[in-house]
Design a protein around this ligand. Structure first.
Ligand code: HEC
Length: 611
């Protein structure tokens, strides 16, 4: 109430008292009453370090008004007091996030234009019959003293004794959207365009770091700062989504903010920038929260990931604005749902332990099985000299993976796009190497040679190229996984900020120990399998893994914006590398055909010899 009274003093006092002369006695009396109410209320506020100063300035303001003081001084005094109160009592004046102005124009035309006029000039069809007249939103003198916060309050509470009713029945977001919308009448398109260009310049962002800075300021004030500041201000009032979200550290709020920014850019006709924002919504925001969300709601996690993919492809294919709008809205809804869920599923030490354990064990198991398959084959075929290369490969990969993790959280900022790009390339390369390795295990030219060497009839040593190949398989098996777990672990680390991070470390350590035991068991017991079964199982495993990684690689490159995406209306299975895109599935189908063909070809060729 106090903030609203101060608002009305700062806007109306100059109209009723001009150069020390009272123009309207009744209204002036009301201003005196308002300022007395304010002074009274502030005196009764709970204690704060700043309170004495605030009480003093409220009293000063009241005296100044009684003395019919200078109107500029009164306006400024009222606004300063307003600011001081907002700061001292940490009042949240801005909406939680920028309102979506997409429907504001339509809403205005359907319920406000009858009085305020289609062009905001206060000359709607009903206006002539009203006293007082509806506000002319193009009237500089008055609107230059109006903050968005003030407009919003009038829309919410109405103006007593006038035909301006309280629109409390509209949702808060709609009321904010209308406030932003009507605030644009007082600026020109030219000013807004200029402001848009200025906003892209580096230093300008500090002018309005957050929504509350925009919402609390008046045009008159910003114009006093300078023309550029005013133009940026006018631009932002038309495009509030361009201001980064306040709570910009939480990954999910980054995701929503970026989607909103993307939509805004798309509406402005800048498809490239819209796409960039959509990509960073995923990579800088959503990807970091995925690990946490996965634990709470697995299907929601998958749905959002796929919706983001579909959204990006809409942008790429220059879809109609309303289609993109619809998608963006659904997407932000799901992300907000995810945010609520994640915050409810607050991590405990035990939770952090389980999450870390599951992630490391799941990712590590794949890698361990690849290593075990190759190791078992080397041991079984009496080529133990290859083990050295095998071990070198994974040790280097692990060290490099850990180094990346440390570097990315302390030294350099690895952007989401870079990370996804590296992940994609590694996965595709790994798929190729796995295919080759599987082929060599199973390949027709080698099967009989392996066979004979096992029987001790030949003792050919491994060529240098094969040794390098072994080291490469081992390196990629571990590096890919290590690199992939980096963002997951980072996400968990951020989430578990407030709880016992020891849980996280213990989870990683236990998973490592479990994997070591599994590796040992696999090596030990696989040696007891008949050689043909071992080779078939290993090569089958490598082939399946190659298909999975091909899918993951394509999806990662698509996420990084390096490959086109044509979504398919199916739900994918990310764990199996199945993503609903034409490109990914096409490559995977091709691989399956190649693998099956080479498998059949190898058998046909083998048959006469083995008989
Ligand atoms: C029945 C007519 C009528 C309708 C409909 C109406 N208004 Fe008003 N509005 C008024 C009048 C009259 C005033 C001036 C009140 C005064 O003199 O203080 C006003 C004042 C305002 C103000 C205050 C402006 C200022 O500078 O103080 C805002 C903001 C506003 N209206 C927004 C809206 C919006 C948004 C809508 C639609 C949701 C709307 N109004 C619908 C009649 C109307």
């Amino acid at each position: 109430m106090v903030l609203r009274l101060l608002d009305s003093i700062s806007v109306e006092y100059p109209q009723f008292v001009k150069s020390g002369k009272v123009v309207n006695a009744d209204e002036y009396a009301e201003q005196i009453e308002f300022s007395a109410q304010v002074a009274d209320a502030v005196r009764n506020f709970p204690p704060r370090p700043e309170k004495d100063a605030l009480v003093a300035s409220a009293a000063n303001l009241a005296t100044l008004i009684v003395d019919k003081g200078d109107s500029a001084k009164v306006s400024q005094g009222a606004r300063n007091l307003q600011r001081g109160l907002i700061k001292a009592f940490r009042i949240q004046i801005a909406p939680v996030r920028a309102p979506d102005l997409g429907n504001a124009a339509a809403l205005y035309q359907s319920i406000c234009a009858a009085c305020h006029g289609a062009a905001g000039d206060g000359n709607g069809p009903q206006a002539a019959a009203l006293e007082p007249r509806p506000t002319n939103f193009r009237d500089h003198a008055r609107q230059f003293e109006r903050s968005l916060y003030g407009l919003y309050n009038t829309i919410t509470f109405g103006v007593e004794g006038t035909s301006m009713q309280a629109f409390a029945s509209l949702r808060a977001e709609e009321r904010w959207a209308l406030a932003f919308f009507v605030s644009q009448f007082v600026s020109t398109e030219d000013e807004r365009n200029q402001g848009g260009q200025l906003w892209e310049r580096p230093g300008m962002r500090t002018l309005f770091p957050g929504l509350s800075d925009l919402v609390g300021a008046t045009p008159a004030e910003t114009l006093r700062v300078g023309t550029s500041a005013y133009q940026v201000f006018a631009y932002l009032r038309a495009h509030p989504a361009m201001i980064p979200s306040q709570d910009s550290t939480a990954p999910l709020s980054i995701a929503t903010a970026k989607i909103r920014e993307s939509l805004e850019r798309y509406r402005q006709g800048n498809r490239e920038a819209a796409l960039q924002a959509a990509i960073s919504a995923y990579l800088e925001g959503y990807a970091l929260a995925e690990a946490g969300l996965d634990r709470v709601d697995h299907s929601l996690r998958n749905r959002i990931e796929q919706d983001m993919m579909a959204y990006r492809s809409l942008l790429r294919n220059t879809a109609a604005v309303d289609v993109v709008e619809h998608r963006a809205l659904a997407l932000t809804k799901s992300i907000e749902e995810a945010a609520t869920l994640s915050s409810r599923g607050e991590l405990s030490a035990a939770g952090a332990f389980t999450a870390a354990f599951i992630i490391i064990a799941r990712e590590g198991l794949q890698a361990i099985l690849v290593l075990a398959a190759v190791a078992a084959f080397l041991i079984k075929s009496g080529r133990r000299q290859g083990l050295k290369h095998l071990h070198a490969g994974w040790v280097v990969a692990l060290l490099l993976g850990v180094a990346t993790w440390i570097a990315s959280s302390t030294l350099v900022e690895i952007s989401g796009a870079q990370r996804e790009f590296t992940e994609g390339l590694t996965a595709l390369l790994f798929a190729v190497v796995l295919l080759c390795a599987g082929y060599r295990l199973h390949g027709r030219s080698h099967a009989s040679r392996w066979h004979s060497s096992i029987r001790g009839q030949a003792s050919d040593s491994l060529s240098q190229a094969t040794l390098c190949g072994i080291a490469l398989v081992s390196f990629l098996a571990v590096f890919g996984e290590a690199f992939e777990t980096v963002p997951f672990m980072q996400g968990l680390w951020m989430l578990s900020d407030r709880v016992w991070r020891g849980g996280l470390v213990a989870g990683v350590a236990s998973a490592g120990a479990a994997l070591a035991i599994i590796a040992w068991l696999v090596c030990r017991y696989s040696a007891r399998l008949p050689w043909w079964l071992l080779f078939s199982l290993s090569s089958l495993y490598l082939a399946v893994l190659a298909v999975i990684f091909a899918g993951k690689g394509v999806a990662a490159l698509q996420a990084a914006g390096q490959l086109p995406t044509d979504p398919l209306p199916i739900s994918g299975m990310p764990a199996l590398g199945i993503y609903p895109s034409v490109q990914g599935l096409a490559l995977q189908s091709l691989l399956v055909v190649v693998i099956v063909a080479s498998f059949l070809y190898g058998r046909v060729d083998d048959r006469p010899r083995s008989s």
